[in-house]
Design a protein around this ligand. Structure first.
Ligand code: GAR
Length: 198
């Protein structure tokens, strides 16, 4: 069996990346081939190296807001790794239609809300401010619209009275990893039936 090749893009600590990489062993239909960060100091780079996964940095700052040029550089690095699937894992840059079209239907993202609610940033605070009774995370196929695209899985958790944004983030953490690893295994095996957790 030839494994699906997975590249992972991140900007931060890379806990989701680590969970994805650690899951891709044994009978898993995919293997990690590259981790790319847009931030040179991202903690996720160390975690990837510790796991023996090749890393690259494509710093967005020299491109000074020219998203198309940044994405051309990012795509050049990715093309060398020939990924079948690209997982965004705390990758905090908006990707434009050009990039999404190039990797059509093969880019996945994890977002810390129950999409379509709370696209964008500060999702925990916004769920609390809205008086939501539940929150969670969503893994979806990336399209040109921000935090949109076909949903491949969600984890739904209750919000308790008195919860803070930190409480929600802390409770979601491990569930998010479980969701993303479950979805990637299914997706790499050609199954897009949505995962629902817990
Ligand atoms: C995760 O909670 C992920 O859902 C979020 O960033 C965090 C990255 O953590 N992603 C977004 O907000 C994307 N808009 P990690 O670096 O430890 O995986």
């Amino acid at each position: 069996m030839s494994h699906k090749r997975v590249a992972i893009l991140l900007s931060g600590s890379g806990s989701n990346m680590a969970a994805l990489v650690d899951s891709m062993t044994g009978d898993h239909p995919a293997r990690p081939v590259l981790v790319v960060s847009n931030r040179p100091g991202a903690g996720g780079l160390d975690k990837a190296q510790a796991r023996g996964v090749p890393t690259a940095v494509v710093d967005h700052r020299p491109f000074a807001g020219d998203r198309a040029a940044f994405e051309t550089a990012l795509t050049a690095v990715l093309e060398e790794a020939r990924p079948d699937i690209i997982c965004l894992a705390g990758f905090m840059r908006v990707l434009t239609e050009g990039f999404v079209t190039r990797w059509d239907g093969r880019v996945l993202n994890v977002h810390p809300s129950l999409l379509p609610r709370h696209r964008g940033l500060d999702t925990y605070a916004r769920a609390l401010a809205a008086g939501d009774t539940e929150f969670g995370a969503t893994v979806h196929v990336v399209t040109a619209a921000l935090d949109d695209g076909p949903i491949l899985g969600q984890v739904h958790l209750p919000i308790h009275p008195g919860d803070t944004a930190e409480d929600l983030a802390g409770r979601l953490h491990l569930w998010e990893h479980r969701l993303y690893t479950d979805v990637l295994r299914r997706f790499a095996g050609g199954d897009t039936t949505p995962v629902r957790l817990p």
